[in-house]
Design a protein. Structure first.
Length: 279
């Protein structure tokens, strides 16, 4: 059973960031503003979900946030508190229809606010890795054959500026499920650590650029490795191989954004502010 789904998104837009955690810094320093977009509660099973959006306030951009070290709790007006929730980062390029800079999806299972509670607060901290400089990797030659892979070194891509060795692989969509190969190709990049992967450039062997889709996906596989992908539509082209470069963030800086957002159970909200702490 699902109830109390927020129906007041137009009210939130009129009130700008009525529920927000603002990270203020001197000009030129990384800063993030957070706002609560929506929430919903399910009673069977017991679950509460929140969705935050974020905007970069300076020329620093968010490469990703550190889900594993995000510390967030929900506390209701009766003083009852949840345990640590589950966080997921959704970048601006993970979905073609996503017009925001980025989103943070939060969920708590087996906890609901008290029935007579007046408000709920989201409190804690979210570490972000920010960047100002993006670079292209060296070009690697990729065969458009299902299962083909090639190693690639991304120089300075690590959170501490270290080089990271990754694997770039090819999947011909349709082939992996026993169907005839389609004209769409998926490029997957697997890394042992989290990276600020942004996009990729693809060229035919004669130098003609072929733009990949401006969306894709990212996640962590069962072995703990990080996976990132983008798609390419070949159409009627009969290419056998491509030259590929990956664009990624370098010179990253970690900041910790405090979160203190209060919202009522019927759409009322209060603006909350805090300062970013740098690590």
């Amino acid at each position: 059973m699902l109830y109390r789904i927020i129906p007041w998104l137009s009210v939130f837009c009129c009130m700008a960031v009525c529920c927000s955690a603002l990270a203020k810094e001197a000009p030129g320093e990384p800063a993030i503003s957070l706002s609560l977009d929506r929430w919903e509660i399910s009673t069977d099973p017991e679950r509460i979900d929140l969705e935050l959006s974020f905007l970069e306030e300076t020329d620093w951009k968010a490469a990703y946030f550190d889900e594993s070290n995000a510390s967030l709790k929900l506390v209701d007006s009766r003083g009852d508190a949840s345990s640590k929730g589950e966080c997921r980062y959704i970048s601006r390029n993970d979905f073609a229809f996503n017009e925001k800079n980025g989103e943070i999806s939060l969920s708590w299972e087996d906890w609901l606010p008290a029935e007579d509670t007046e408000w709920v607060e989201l409190k804690g901290e979210i570490p972000f890795f920010m960047y100002r400089t993006a670079v292209l990797s060296e070009k690697v030659k990729v065969k458009l054959v299902n299962g083909f892979s090639v190693p690639l070194t991304l120089k300075g891509a690590g959170s501490n500026g270290e080089d990271v060795k990754v694997q770039l692989s090819v999947s011909r969509l349709g082939a992996w499920c026993g169907q005839e190969e389609s004209s769409q190709v998926m490029f997957s990049l697997v890394s042992p650590v989290r990276l600020g992967l942004l996009d990729m450039e693809t060229h035919t062997e004669d130098g003609t650029p072929l733009p990949v889709a401006e969306y894709g996906g990212s996640g962590i596989d069962p072995g703990g490795k990080h996976d990132w992908c983008r798609y390419l539509e070949l159409g009627d082209r009969k290419e056998e191989g491509l030259d590929i470069s990956v664009r990624y963030a370098t010179g990253m800086k970690k900041i910790v954004v405090p979160v203190n957002i209060r919202f009522g159970l019927f759409g009322m909200g209060e603006k909350q502010e805090g300062s970013t702490k740098k690590n």
